[in-house]
Design a protein around this ligand. Structure first.
Ligand SMILES: NC(=O)c1ccc[n+]([C@@H]2O[C@H](COP(=O)([O-])OP(=O)(O)OC[C@H]3O[C@@H](n4cnc5c(N)ncnc54)[C@H](OP(=O)(O)O)[C@@H]3O)[C@@H](O)[C@H]2O)c1
Length: 275
């Protein structure tokens, strides 16, 4: 495995298929399980060998979907989602902070529009991505004195392999069993809703993260953004956050077919009463 050329940025991206593509392009790739302390430690050592102890950019991208009504979740499953989506980021930051400080580097944490929207049947996912936002905001301040920047991606819908992840079935005794068709539609929503091509999203993220620094007050418009909004529906949700929660809630009620869900569940309750 060849080390990077002088001045070349090092970005860690996990996942064997993605890594095969990157390796074919001549990049150095390493295996990493972000929920495994030993794997993180090993990766930290190998990166240090490759880069001489400096890491310019750490992208915390690994993530797990979690689509299940809040009343059907299994806590063991929820814990696993928080391990992958939240605790792994904390562990990666702690492990790599020495190399990031040495490079005056940048951390990019991949969050989601769901951190600020009621993504129906995704309460656990929303909670995990909101945790990433809250954590990153504070981390940004704590690392600023060391010259390390923290950027959060408020990711909209983007083409990915997310639908290939193991799906959670709606239990037969679920409160929402009458709305199963809508639940199944919602499971693959991110891949069918103004979804951005992966390359378009990735190109924009790379461009924005490499923009030169400008004074804080101008950064949102002209410089490297601390908040990166991109992907399908991102512009609308960003606008909604400027106007008020009511707009986002009304949009989500309509988008996630809650009128239909309510009708189906009301019919179900009336039928049960008649029996
Ligand atoms: N696609 C969207 O519309 C969308 C919207 C908002 C936010 N996001 C966020 O974008 C990020 C990427 O997701 P995606 O949509 O591209 O889904 P994806 O295609 O399923 O990618 C998820 C990636 O996370 C990796 N991963 C999962 N657990 C891991 C672990 N323990 N250690 C190392 N890597 C692990 C997977 O690697 P393996 O393939 O090896 O399992 C895979 O490369 C996630 O944080 C997701 O929440 C996506």
């Amino acid at each position: 495995m060849e080390g990077p050329k002088p001045g070349q940025k090092t970005v860690l991206i996990t996942g064997p298929e993605v890594m095969a593509d990157l390796a074919a392009l001549g990049m150095s790739t390493l295996a990493l399980d972000v929920t495994d302390t030993e794997s993180i430690k090993q990766c930290h050592e190998e990166v240090a060998k490759l880069t001489g102890g400096k890491l310019d950019i750490l992208v915390n991208n690994a993530g797990r979907t979690h689509t299940h009504p809040a009343t059907d979740i299994l806590l063991s499953d929820v814990r696993q989602t928080f391990e992958t989506n939240v605790f792994s980021i904390m562990a990666m930051v702690q492990a790599f902070v020495d190399q990031l400080i040495a490079a005056k580097g940048l951390i990019i944490n991949i969050s989601s529009l769901s951190s600020v929207t009621p993504y129906v049947f995704g309460s656990v996912y929303c909670a995990s991505k909101a945790a990433v936002v809250a954590y990153s905001r504070t981390l940004r301040m704590e690392l600023a004195p060391f010259g390390v920047r923290v950027m959060v991606s408020m990711t909209g819908t983007v083409k990915s392999n997310t639908a290939a992840q193991p799906l959670r079935a709606l239990p037969e005794n679920s409160l929402y069993i009458r709305a199963k068709e809508i639940f199944d539609w919602r499971v693959v929503f991110s891949q069918n809703a103004s979804t951005f091509p992966t390359e378009k999203f990735a190109r924009k993220l790379v461009n924005d993260s490499l923009r030169p620094e400008v004074p804080t007050i101008l950064r949102r418009w002209f410089g490297r953004p601390d908040w990166f909004w991109s992907g399908g529906l991102a512009n609308f949700v960003w606008f909604g956050t400027c106007i008020g929660e009511w707009l986002i809630d009304a949009f989500c009620w309509r988008t996630f077919r809650m009128g239909e869900v309510t009708k189906l569940l009301t019919e179900d309750q009336s039928q049960k009463k008649l029996k």
